[in-house]
Design a protein around this ligand. Structure first.
Ligand code: HEC
Length: 142
């Protein structure tokens, strides 16, 4: 009889220990899952909140080549705004390509041409596909 009680107690004890551990493991797993879920949710929220921050290849080139130092989208800085440039070259992609290859004449602000002219060394050296992407970007600004 005493032996039976002892056996029952040790069985209950070992069961509770086993369950205790598995409980812990389960809750850790749940925590991990919920953490990664939260991360996934906050990532997708970020994407939803900032669609404007998706930078087009042309915009990236314009920035990477240093053009944004003097040109903003809609405000005149050192150079005319991209809107002003795009308006001046509307239906004249060829003219803009020629200007950026140093084969054309400035039409936007000729009096300031000496400030812009050194920059043409950069656009002139671009491979044709990149120059095309850059020109399309400038003309797309509205
Ligand atoms: C140091 C300042 C400066 C930087 C950097 C600069 N620009 Fe300019 N840009 C100007 C100024 C000033 C003008 C106005 C003179 C003119 O119209 O040529 C101008 C004019 C222009 C025009 C109009 C040309 C025309 O017909 O009059 C284009 C197109 C242009 N820039 C493109 C670019 C691109 C592309 C880059 C980057 C590779 C760039 N600029 C970098 C100052 C700058």
């Amino acid at each position: 009889m005493k032996k039976e009680i002892f056996l029952t107690i040790s069985l209950v004890l070992s069961m509770s220990v086993t369950f205790g551990i598995s409980k812990k493991e389960t809750s850790t797993n749940i925590e991990q899952v919920s953490t990664s879920n939260t991360k996934a949710i906050s990532n997708s929220e970020k994407n939803l909140q900032s669609p404007a921050k998706v930078v087009s290849p042309g915009e990236k080139l314009f920035k990477d080549k240093g053009c944004t130092v003097c040109h903003q989208v809609s405000t005149k800085l050192v150079g005319p705004s991209l809107k002003t440039i795009a308006t001046a070259y509307v239906n004249n992609k060829k003219g803009l390509v020629a200007f950026l290859k140093d084969a054309g004449k400035p039409i936007v602000d000729p009096a300031q041409a000496s400030v812009m002219h050194p920059q043409i060394a950069i656009t002139k050296a671009l491979p044709p596909n990149e120059l095309d992407i850059l020109v399309n970007y400038i003309l797309s600004v509205k």
